[in-house]
Design a binder for this molecule. Structure first.
Ligand SMILES: NC(=O)c1ccc[n+]([C@@H]2O[C@H](COP(=O)([O-])OP(=O)(O)OC[C@H]3O[C@@H](n4cnc5c(N)ncnc54)[C@H](OP(=O)(O)O)[C@@H]3O)[C@@H](O)[C@H]2O)c1
Length: 333
């Protein structure tokens, strides 16, 4: 019997919040690799906030997924058949094969991973794209110095958890912002942040001020909206904002109206957007640095796992409701 592949396609573009109706699951034959190509059986699929943007038609930093096409995404999998000289069956690889059980990739599109150094799923999280986002955003734009105060939103998540731990290693006072007591307790007691503010409670601005008695030198901004507005008046002169993500606006039909932007002028804040691809030539440097901290036990991480490809839509939807607790993954095998 021929083995069948399973794929999740974009069925329609969401209007506002993503729903399961925006996806369609299909079965197709497992493809055969051509010369210079490799067949990979995916084991883990990464779910990331950027996927919401790819479901829109609007112009962004990367092309949209067309309706009827396979959903994009990174996976970690195992080579099952190779027609490329430098890969063999059994090799573990990082791929861009998207939401499917099997896929064929050109050898140059794959990155070999060392699954003896860390569990394979880590290459989608703490040692993968989110970890590298934290690494470059913090070092290159945030430029932390010992004694400074850093805040980071979505602090228990894939990017935020790494940002806070790296900032702590640099000697910063590190304050997280997260949704709910459970996540805040984890951020302080497990990840070692100095404080964490629950953005779901009342008077976010007041509690953030109390948590940052010397003001804020770096805001690693993962959320935007009311969280960025609460932080702006607390930013110190010549402070930095690393504008990494604006997940609070991701499903909104209208942009959020920022009310506190005058602080950028008054406090001469340097606010810079970032996309991790800008450092693609230096990914190896980040993986080496993150791996060193990971091996030494200085980078803790947590994963939020949904089981099976068919549940991937549910896993993506969870990200925008804060229902994930750590790096959101789908276990495929
Ligand atoms: N620029 C880049 O190159 C780059 C690369 C990777 C990621 N990012 C961005 O970094 C951010 C974090 O990504 P991640 O992969 O690490 O995800 P994550 O933090 O693991 O998960 C998303 C978290 O965002 C928070 N959230 C969602 N909707 C929210 C809302 N309306 N208001 C407040 N908080 C909300 C929730 O945490 P709480 O429950 O704690 O609120 C949720 O758990 C995202 O904005 C993403 O787009 C940017």
């Amino acid at each position: 019997m021929t083995a069948m592949n399973r794929q999740v396609l974009l069925a329609s573009r969401p209007k506002g919040e993503v729903s399961e109706e925006n996806f369609r699951i299909v079965e197709t034959p497992v493809p055969a690799p051509g010369e210079g190509e490799v067949l990979v059986k995916n084991e883990w699929l990464s779910l990331d906030p950027y996927m919401r943007g790819r479901m829109n038609e609007a112009k962004s930093y990367a092309p949209s997924v067309a309706v009827g096409e396979l959903m994009v995404g990174q996976t970690v999998g195992e080579v099952v058949e190779s027609r490329a000289s430098h890969f063999k069956p059994g090799d573990k690889v990082l791929t861009l094969l998207g939401w499917q059980l099997y896929g064929v990739a050109k050898a140059r599109e794959l990155t070999r991973i060392d699954a003896s150094r860390a569990p394979a799923s880590c290459y989608l999280g703490v040692l993968g794209m989110p970890g590298m986002t934290a690494w470059f955003g913090l070092r290159e734009i945030g430029q932390p110095k010992a004694g400074e105060t850093l805040i980071v939103s979505a602090a228990s998540g894939a990017v935020g958890s790494v940002v806070g731990q790296l900032a702590k290693i640099e000697g910063c006072r590190t304050v997280g912002i997260a949704g709910g007591a459970l996540k805040c307790n984890y951020v302080v007691n497990e990840l070692g942040f100095d404080a964490c503010v629950d953005h779901k409670g009342p008077d976010l601005a007041g509690r953030l001020r109390t948590a940052c008695p010397k003001g804020i030198d770096i805001d690693f901004e993962n959320v935007g909206g009311p969280i960025l507005d609460a932080a702006l008046p607390l930013m110190n002169v010549h402070s930095r904002i690393v504008l990494c993500g604006m997940i609070a606006e991701i499903n909104a039909s209208e942009p959020y109206g920022y009310r506190r932007l005058r602080a950028v002028l008054v406090s001469r804040i340097r606010m810079q957007g970032m996309i991790v691809f800008d450092w693609k030539d230096r990914y190896a440097e980040a993986v080496a640095g993150l791996s060193q901290h990971f091996a030494a036990g200085r980078l803790k991480h947590r994963e939020s796992i949904v089981e099976g490809l068919d549940n991937a839509p549910r896993g993506l939807i969870a990200l925008f409701k804060g229902e994930n607790f750590g790096k959101q993954l789908v276990r495929l095998a």
